[in-house]
Design a protein around this ligand. Sequence first.
Ligand code: SF4
Length: 380
Amino acid sequence: MKKDFTPTLLDLGPLQIYLARHFGFCYGVENAIEIAFKVVEENPGKKIFLLSEMIHNPQVNADLQSHGVEFLQDNYGKQLISFDELAADDIVIIPAFGTTLELEKKLNDLGIQTEKYNTTCPFVEKVWNRSEQIAKKNYTIIIHGKPKHEETRATFSHAAANAPSVVVKDMQQTIELAKYINGEKPSEQFYDEFKGQYSENFDITKDLDRIGVVNQTTMLASDTQAIADYLKQVMINKYKLTVTGIDGRFADTRDTLCYATLENQQAVSGMLQTDADLAIVVGGYNSSNTSHLVELCEEKLPTYFINSEENILSAKEILHYNFHTKEELLTTDFLPNKKTVKILITSGASCPDALVEGVINKLTGFFSVNITTEELITKF
Ligand code: SF4
């Protein structure tokens, strides 16, 4: 059935807010947060660590830290607390993105039971399981993801345990990889060009004969699909395949795309059909899925990527993040001087709804709005 991705209009008179049909917390994040707080509640007096940030949201992570939870690593795998400081009865929570087999083993060797406090999202595990299935059929795994992101590192580690694996970060790199499939580039060059992105003993001369594509679940679903379609066509052309022969060279992995990422992205496409003046995307600055929502919006209209309502300094000024240049910028006169201002709002999968509410309330305060939030809610 066709899903409805039209946004919800919050008609506040001079301010019209179009809220994405799907936004915010996904199942995996909600589940991980719930488990983490339950672990804290049930284990008073125990040392509780998180392998790395629970999710990419500063407020949620600060909340956990205020309950005594400490982070062992930063998002890029840099050690913040040495594993030597861990005792066997300490608790280490595995975050929603999962972790590498190597790290899991390291913790298990210290006597720490990682399986008991593992919040890895089932949809990430689905990617690992699918990789394993196609690995058993001798396909090489191509992972579309950010090479340094925890989830991609975890997926790579699980995939590489079963099959030759290589990470591509975008279409540009995929096109370059295809040149090795087609023999258009000298094979030796691959090892330099894809340094740090391929599994041990990867043999470029034969490991791209049979391939399957999986992704870091928070990448743009349309990008992953485009990469898979492109590589499929490369295989069809190279091996002169007919419809029946495609399976022998290219594994169908479409069922691994995360529903939540896809729905949040499709909901953004839905709200972009309106004639809004600007978009506000709420989420952690290091959140991959949030930056993809920003990417979609900024193609069409001025877009402000903010952490919380505190970034909206006044009706004139907004402090927002440019994820391309990784810097925070101050923009003045971000609200147009019009009788009715139309604003699109969405948030990333790791952003609590309370932050979106805070943003709506802050914006409402800048306009002569004659309706209370309660009255507005009764309309729904
Ligand atoms: S975005 Fe998808 S895969 Fe990632 S944690 Fe959420 S539900 Fe799981």
